[in-house]
Design a protein around this ligand. Structure first.
Ligand SMILES: [Zn+2]
Length: 57
């Protein structure tokens, strides 16, 4: 069961580019910046409240 949940998280992070921020975030003057608690990527919050990674490939 835990393996499946991990797979789903990886799928969301890597394929859908949906991330879950850690509780701590910083404001860099333009965007709210945080880190994904699952994949540890640096993520930014857009004006609609969605988090996206800045080093997306
Ligand atoms: Zn992620």
């Amino acid at each position: 069961m835990n393996k499946l949940r991990k797979k789903i998280r990886e799928f969301k992070c890597n394929t859908l580019d949906w991330h879950k921020p850690i509780p701590t975030s910083t404001f860099d003057g333009v965007n709210l910046k945080s880190r994904c608690r699952y994949c540890n990527k640096v993520i930014l919050k857009d004006s609609q409240g969605n988090w996206f990674s800045i080093n997306r490939r």
